[in-house]
Design a protein around this ligand. Structure first.
Ligand SMILES: Nc1ncnc2c1ncn2[C@@H]1O[C@H](COP(=O)(O)OP(=O)(O)OP(=O)(O)O)[C@@H](O)[C@H]1O
Ligand SMILES: [Mg+2]
Length: 265
């Protein structure tokens, strides 16, 4: 559940200032500012196509920005040397919206991809580390040697999470981690994220359309619209927003069903 939301006391681990991103003649975001605090689960919402995945990929340095500054752990990501950049990449883990796993690799081999890229360790150590991550995300040990095509959607999400955790990151980026899961599966996944966040002290940036996740797992929520952050704060704040999109998102038919469910619980 949401913890202390007094942001003035918190350490900023990712700061985005004056960000502009576009493709050709199209501007996706402009003058976007956002802070992500250490140890929080920030839920990131916005209509489809507003640029949630683009923002995630821009923070990760996979999309070039047109203007603005991104600082991670107090370091401007544009000013990093090759070695510094690689060190930073080891401090974040990512679960992408698309292409969660390599289909030609087993779960264990998938989890070892980042390990091979950044660490040079003998195979038996890599195997031990991968098994630990697989266990950590609640997958049975025999899932390790299975290929993605042999897994359920929920198991694929867990395997992708194990890979995101491969290098013991400080920050986890999750792009719609519960999409496609049934409500119980999604709820279990949220519980897992919360448990991992608490036990490992992670900072989590989670793009989601899942209202249950926003209510139960997120400490704070930021909403993207018209290329900017249109509202941000804890769920109570979002519920009182007068922004029309935010209001209808949190007070629409779907939202009321979630609220009713919460009251029953
Ligand atoms: N590599 C690219 N080249 C050109 N346009 C792109 C590229 N990546 C994304 N876009 C465009 O940027 C906009 C934002 O896309 P993005 O994937 O970030 O949306 P989103 O908010 O994540 O949506 P969803 O909720 O459906 O995942 C879209 O109009 C998309 O077509
Ligand atoms: Mg997306």
């Amino acid at each position: 559940m949401p913890q202390n939301n007094d942001t003035s006391q918190k350490e900023v681990v990712i700061s985005v200032r004056g960000l502009e991103v576009g493709f050709g003649p199209k501007t996706i975001m402009k003058d976007l500012n956002l802070d992500i605090y250490r140890g929080e689960i920030l839920g990131f919402v916005g209509a489809s196509g507003t640029g949630k995945s683009v923002l995630t990929r821009t923070i990760l340095g996979l999309i070039k920005k047109r203007a603005g500054e991104i600082n991670v752990f107090g370091q401007n990501v544009d000013g990093l040397s090759h070695d510094e950049r690689r060190k930073m990449e080891q401090r974040w883990g990512v679960l992408f919206q698309q292409g969660a796993l390599f289909s030609a690799l087993t779960v264990k081999q998938n989890v070892q991809v980042p390990m091979r890229e950044y660490l040079s360790l003998p195979q038996d150590v890599l195997d031990e580390m991968a098994m630990l991550k697989i266990q950590m995300v609640g997958l049975p040990a025999d899932a390790a040697d299975k290929f993605p095509s042999e897994l359920s959607g929920g198991m694929i999400k867990r395997a992708a999470l194990a890979r995101a955790l491969a290098l013991d990151p400080d920050i986890l980026f999750l792009d719609e981690p519960t999409s496609g899961l049934d409500p119980i599966g999604a709820g279990d996944f949220d519980d897992l994220i919360e448990t991992l966040q608490k036990t490992l002290g992670l900072t989590v940036f989670m793009v989601t359309h899942d209202l249950d996740s926003l209510y139960s797992a997120c400490d704070r929520i930021a909403a993207l619209g018209q290329g900017k952050i249109i509202e941000q704060g804890p769920i109570e704040h979002m519920l009182q927003s007068t922004n029309p999109w935010v209001h209808s998102y949190f007070h629409g038919k779907r939202a009321r069903a979630v609220l009713a469910g919460q009251h029953e619980a």
